[in-house]
Design a protein around this ligand. Structure first.
Ligand code: NAP
Ligand code: MG
Length: 501
């Protein structure tokens, strides 16, 4: 395992120099007014990578002021969708030109696998910009025929100044799943990245300016949730907050919006998604899908399928095969291309996951694999699978957000439906079966925003993504996401002397 956190190499890989550590407000990098900073750490070691500006309420006020000015008087909302799209496409090109540096920064800050970050996260970021760039000039209102001598039409207008508050597990993807549709709609914005992973967001601010996005349109305020985040959520001049994070903080955001200016809110929250494997499944394929569903990105995935239900006919075979398959699952330095799983994002998450594992042991579940930390330093945890899990155990109910699978057995399809829905969340679900009738019935019966059949975690900018129940409301990705950043105005006018209407 590499021990270098802010030096020059990891596994022979040249780590990037950290170029951007200040707030980005009105087109300029600046220190926080208070002069405060926060440390961002390398989860491979726990060592400090660098300090970045810790913005607070006063900094958010400045950023919102800049965004307000850019919205009320600037050219971004007033230029054609086509022009905005051209600039966004340039932004995407710049991301691709800097892909190695961006992927390395993201891996360093969040412990994500470098080679996957490059081909998944950074690519998806540029793709999202291009998708919404293409949509920016294809937005139309309607004409309305009104009874009597009137006619009406609707205008699709950008909603205004948007606050985007995002988490640390997919820092780049989250940034662009929010920023891209908002830019396309003609909004101006303030982004608050998670305190654990501020580095790529600041780099994107720099690239936005290079691409020609006017000053004030895209501001980035790094800082803590309880200060900078809360200031955005309660700001009287922010017209909408788009949030991704925990259900608990989502509730705070809604409360703050309700208590301030009733700003529009959309929430992408947590999950505890079921993966249901039927007797007719190909067991090897089911094992692969289950590993991806639970352990991808070290389990730090909101739609992780970590409640795995296996039908009784293949349960024993499945347990044997998944235990066997985990023997070649490598945990280690995320810059090593042979590694499957890097470190948890920070000490707090690492300790939280280990506490859940402890809880599982105390509640009487049995460890099939893992269950322990697996390094002297850094936040590495063994991929952990529990069997003998009961529905009401905390490990089967709570979102652990780490590499922990709960394996359970079921008999009938009715029981599978009931168990799948036995959660306050509704973000996603997976079904493994060759029987189309089973797959169809399950997909219609599960209350969740995304259903994967014989696959898991397959996402695309063109697929709406978001939760049911306490997993939130409002979609990211697809043309549904664009809707969140518009409001509709109806214009009515009389038409005189037009009896042919
Ligand atoms: P979190 O604690 O809810 O934080 C998310 C963001 O909100 C961070 O930027 C955080 O700032 C900020 N924040 C915290 N308290 C705030 C407050 N009082 N007012 C305004 N903003 C505040 O979530 P997390 O632990 O970083 O991320 C993990 C959670 O996010 C999981 O529950 C996961 O399921 C969910 N998630 C959902 C999706 C989805 O698409 N549905 C995607 C990814 C993650 P700090 O960084 O300073 O805490
Ligand atoms: Mg970090």
């Amino acid at each position: 395992m590499a021990s270098n956190s802010n030096g020059s190499s990891a596994n022979g890989f040249k780590l990037p120099e950290i170029k951007f550590t200040k707030l980005f407000i009105n087109g300029r990098f600046s220190d926080a007014i208070s002069g405060n900073t926060l440390e961002t750490r390398d989860p491979r070691t726990g060592n400090v990578i660098t300090s970045v500006a810790a913005g607070d309420k006063e900094d958010v006020n400045l950023a919102v002021k800049a965004a307000r000015e850019a919205f009320d008087h600037g050219k971004w909302p007033r230029m054609s969708g086509y022009e905005r799209g051209r600039i966004m496409t340039r932004f995407a090109d710049l991301i691709e030109q800097n892909v190695d540096e961006l992927a390395a920064l993201e891996s360093l800050d969040a412990g994500k696998l470098f080679f996957l970050t490059k081909i998944v996260d950074i690519k998806a970021s540029a793709d999202a910009l291009r998708y919404f760039a293409g949509a920016a000039d294809k937005v139309h209102g309607e004409t309305v025929k009104i009874a009597g001598e009137f006619q009406g039409y609707t205008l699709r207008e950008p909603i205004g100044v948007v606050g985007h508050i995002i988490p640390w597990n997919f820092p780049s993807i989250m940034f662009f799943s929010k920023v891209s549709p908002a830019l396309a709609a003609g909004c101006t914005m303030v982004v608050k990245p998670a305190e654990q992973t501020p580095l790529t967001a600041l780099f994107y601010a720099h690239l936005a300016k290079q691409a020609g996005i006017p000053d004030g349109v895209l501001n980035v305020v790094t800082g803590f949730g309880s200060t900078a985040g809360a200031a955005i959520a309660s700001h009287m001049d922010v017209d909408k907050v788009s949030f991704t994070g925990s259900t608990a903080v989502g509730r705070l955001i809604m409360e703050a919006a309700a208590r301030s200016n009733l700003k529009a809110v959309s929430l992408e929250l947590g999950g505890k998604s079921p993966l249901i494997i039927f007797d007719d499944a190909d067991v090897d394929m089911a094992v692969d899908i289950a590993r991806t569903a639970t352990f991808f990105n070290k389990g730090e995935v909101c739609m992780a399928g970590s409640r795995v239900y296996v039908q009784e006919g293949i349960y024993d075979q499945f347990v044997k095969k998944i235990a066997e398959s985990m023997k070649n699952w490598k945990v280690g330095d995320p810059f090593d291309p042979h590694v499957h799983q890097g470190p948890q994002v920070d000490k707090k998450q690492y300790e939280k996951v280990l506490e859940y594992i402890e809880h599982g042991n105390r509640e009487g579940a049995t460890l099939l694999t893992g269950g322990k930390p697996c390094s002297e330093q850094g936040y590495y945890i063994e991929p952990t699978i529990f069997v003998d899990v009961k529905e009401d155990m905390l490990i089967a109910q709570d979102e652990i957000f780490g590499p922990v699978m709960s394996l359970m057995k079921f008999k009938t399809i009715e029981e599978a439906i009931e168990k799948a829905n036995n959660t306050k969340y509704g973000l996603a679900a997976g079904i493994v079966s060759k029987d189309l009738n089973i797959a169809n019935r399950m997909s219609r019966s599960i209350r969740a925003g995304t259903i994967w059949i014989n696959c898991y975690l397959v996402l695309d900018t063109d697929c709406p993504f978001g939760g049911y129940k306490m997993s939130g409301f409002g979609k990211d990705n697809s043309m549904h996401a664009l809707e969140k950043y518009f409001q509709t105005k109806t214009v009515v006018t009389p038409i005189y002397n037009s009896p042919w209407l």
